[in-house]
Design a protein around this ligand. Structure first.
Ligand SMILES: *[C@@H]1O[C@H](CO)[C@@H](O)[C@H](O)[C@H]1NC(C)=O
Ligand SMILES: *[C@@H]1O[C@H](CO)[C@@H](O)[C@H](O)[C@H]1NC(C)=O
Length: 472
């Protein structure tokens, strides 16, 4: 008896001693890349809600329980039900406690009934974007007195009563864009509310789809005076145009560049992310908000990155421009991206990256370059030069596509053979006593010399010299 219990105790102690090391090993085994990807999750406690817990709280009769996640991030409780094909909001008792944030993007909700969020009184943000919502009852948001952020963009709303907003006295951010707003009399009070100067973050970017004469105009900008005086029929009888005083005053603006907020989908969790993939974009959209951390511009038709394209997007950590038709990246197009960790330029039409493009990317860790027709001639040296000055960058796919004699060869190998073929250029530094890695140094020196000789603009030459000093 005593033997058994002491054995039991011993094995318990052993188990407790072993546990931390097991955990540590699992952490290490993930590798650098995995660890970085998981970094965000380290701060979270993630808990899949399904099966057992659900049954214990709402009885076994519930079928097709949503596979939502519960997460706690810096004290806030999130319920993440994105992409679950749900057509209604599950009752608040479904979760282990009242959520502060409810993520319900990309489901199939069509209608928000009166009291749809009763029991959700702790909510401060509610993401309902990319559902099929076409009707919001006046009492739908009843009880959401703490709500500050409501995302209703990319739905099917033609109208919304201002009454629906009254139950949310703390609402600060309301997104309504990409809904087919029918700018007729019943919208009068909502439009007036949005236009109150202190409501500057409510309903920006939302535009009328109907009637025809107001199509494309911002709700923020139309003159509500005329909405209820109109005699036009609900289908937008164009005859109204002749007598309509708003029409000549505010013509539909001609927009040259797409706007990021309306062209892309924005997700706030776990970090602000913009999905601009597959939008048929031919340019980088303007107005990328400052707080965006990840942006995906892949699978578009962008041919050219221009200076200041990412101006203002100072918080970007990852930028994906893969699968476009990019042929040229202007110097200055990536400037200011001091926090960028990951840059994906793969599957484009790049021949080279011109001098100066990468200069601000001090903290880059991953650079994807595959699937581009890199040309192994003099113009590729800058790329290699930069990579050697930034040994912490892990890059992939830098292979010569042309000329024929170098096809399939790595650019690094091409540059090395280029240097071997020109031993004369190596002479000066061979006598340099401080030299630790002659080949590396030569390449940098040589490229530097060439760049200074042949490349404009001249104002870049002087600071460039300091980089050589920094290397040594
Ligand atoms: C960029 O987007 C492409 C296509 O969507 C994807 O395959 C790739 O993994 C992404 N790159 C990064 C670094 O996430
Ligand atoms: C994209 O690039 C990768 C190499 O990085 C290549 O394996 C793949 O076939 C390319 N895809 C397309 C669609 O071109």
């Amino acid at each position: 008896m005593r033997l058994t219990s002491s054995l039991l105790l011993a094995s318990l102690v052993l188990l407790l001693l072993l546990l931390p090391s097991i955990e540590m090993r699992a952490g290490k085994g993930r590798g650098l890349k995995g660890a970085r990807h998981k970094r965000a999750r380290h701060e979270l406690t993630r808990d899949r809600v399904r099966g057992v817990r659900r049954h214990s709280r709402s009885g076994p009769s519930r079928i097709a329980a949503p596979q939502c996640s519960e997460l706690t991030v810096s004290g806030d409780f999130f319920v993440d039900c994105q992409d679950q094909g749900l057509n209604s909001i599950p009752a608040s008792e479904t979760w282990s406690k009242q959520p502060n944030h409810l993520l319900f993007a990309r489901n199939r909700i069509k209608i928000l009934r009166d009291g749809a969020f009763l029991g959700f009184e702790s909510l401060t943000s509610l993401d309902l974007q990319q559902n099929h919502i076409s009707l919001v009852a006046e009492g739908a948001f009843q009880g959401l007195t703490r709500l500050t952020t409501l995302l209703l963009q990319h739905n099917r709303l033609g109208t919304l009563s201002e009454e629906a907003l009254i139950s949310m006295p703390n609402l600060r951010y309301l997104r309504l864009h990409d809904n087919p707003w029918d700018c007729v009399c019943p919208m009068d009070s909502l439009i007036r509310t949005l236009q109150v100067p202190s409501n500057r973050n409510l309903g920006n970017h939302a535009r009328c789809a109907e009637p025809t004469r107001l199509k494309g105009m911002k709700l923020k900008q139309i003159d509500p005076e005329f909405l209820c005086k109109e005699k036009t029929d609900p289908t937008g009888n164009p005859q109204g145009d002749q007598t309509d005083p708003t029409n000549p005053v505010q013509p539909i603006p001609i927009r040259t560049k797409p706007d990021a907020t309306t062209s892309c989908h924005t997700y706030l969790f776990p970090q602000v992310r913009m999905d601009c993939s597959k939008r048929g974009l031919t340019e980088v959209p303007r107005g990328i908000p400052e707080d965006v951390v990840h942006i995906d511009l892949s699978h578009n038709s962008i041919r050219h990155l221009k200076a200041r394209d990412f101006q203002g997007a100072r918080g970007l950590r990852s930028l994906n421009i893969s699968h476009n038709n990019m042929e040229h990246i202007d110097t200055g197009s990536l400037s200011g991206l001091l926090h960028l960790r990951e840059l994906d330029l793969s599957n484009n039409s790049l021949h080279s990256v011109q001098y100066g493009v990468l200069e601000d990317l001090y903290f880059l860790l991953h650079l994807k370059l595959g699937g581009n027709p890199w040309v192994c001639d003099y113009s590729i040296h800058y790329m290699m030069y930069w990579l050697r000055l930034h040994p912490g960058v892990r890059y992939s796919g830098l292979l010569c596509r042309s000329p024929l004699e170098h096809t399939g060869e790595s650019v690094a190998e091409y540059v090395r053979s280029y240097n071997r073929a020109c031993p004369k250029d190596r002479q000066p530094s061979r006598t340099d006593p401080d030299q630790t890695d002659p080949e590396l140094w030569n390449t940098a020196m040589e490229v530097q010399g060439e760049l200074e000789e042949e490349l404009e603009p001249s104002h870049l030459r002087a600071p460039q010299k300091y980089q050589i000093i920094r290397l040594s």
